[in-house]
Design a protein around this ligand. Structure first.
Ligand code: APR
Length: 239
């Protein structure tokens, strides 16, 4: 691990273009439950049962109750040293892009500015009628919440299973993955597409790819180095 760690640190220091992909594991160290970990269930529902347009059409109240629970939880959490280290990577590397699947906003709270929140942000709402997108930090949020412009039902501004990522985000991420010298993949199970395919895109484009995760993932076989450990302990060592 020590020599692997040194190698990744050297690659990061020498990178002219650096990309970082994060998942729920980086926020686990701030106390936010991961989706597929032991504490990822809410009232015995899995994310796949609730984070869908069909679930929202069927029972918007239930879906909003889940998001309200997550809002209450996330509102008490703060960025950890791994989030802070990612901000420092951005500061040090002229060409930097952060791709996060997390909707908790902790990267922004830490100070990251060059990022795509490809699955959206839990602190934004979108009107299902007029489409307006607004910041909303209500905790709790009234259930059900309605648009202050047209009175339409609001939904979380989150990309659910079965929905497409924004074209702009995909293009921005694709450009970063194809042009980076180094990609760090931190705390993602690597099973939800399209992000699950991002490490392969960078690898096929010639990047050095390192994974930081306490567990093996589908990425582990294709990356150059797998650093087994918790994000908050390993990522700051790469500075
Ligand atoms: N440090 C680093 N990684 C960790 C840590 C930690 N402290 N704790 C857990 N992990 C790893 C787990 O081993 C796992 O591989 O984080 C990963 C979390 O996986 P998921 O819960 O599947 O989260 P993620 O990969 O972000 O999920 C992708 O699925 O439900 C959807 O839209 C949701 O964005 C989410 C997407």
């Amino acid at each position: 691990m020590a020599s692997d760690l040194g190698l990744v640190r050297e690659k990061v220091a020498a990178a002219r273009s650096l990309a970082v992909l994060t998942g729920a594991g980086i926020s686990a160290d701030s106390g936010v439950p991961t989706f597929r970990g032991a504490d990822g269930l809410w009232r015995n529902f899995r994310a796949e049962d609730l984070a869908t347009p069909e679930a929202f059409d069927r029972d918007p109240r239930l879906v909003w109750e889940w998001y309200n629970w997550r809002r209450e939880l996330i509102a008490t959490k703060r960025p950890n040293p791994a989030h802070t280290a990612v901000v420092e990577f951005e500061r040090r590397c002229a060409q930097f892009w952060l791709i996060t699947q997390n909707v908790d906003g902790l990267h922004r709270s830490a100070g990251s500015t060059k990022l795509s929140e490809i699955h959206g942000n839990i602190w934004k709402v979108r009107c299902t009628v007029c489409g307006v997108i607004e910041d909303n930090h209500d905790v709790p949020i009234p259930i059900l919440p309605f648009c202050r412009h047209c009175k339409g039902l609001l939904r979380p501004h989150i990309v659910w299973f079965g929905e497409s990522l924004s074209g702009g985000d995909l293009a921005r991420c694709s450009a970063a993955l194809r042009s980076c010298d180094v990609l760090l993949v931190i705390g993602t199970s690597g099973i939800v597409y399209p992000a699950a395919g991002f490490a392969s895109v960078a690898k096929e484009s010639g990047a050095f790819v390192a994974e930081i995760n306490p567990d093996a993932t589908p990425h582990s076989g294709l990356v150059d180095v797998s650093l087994k450990g918790r994000a908050k302990e390993v990522v700051p060592l790469l500075l």
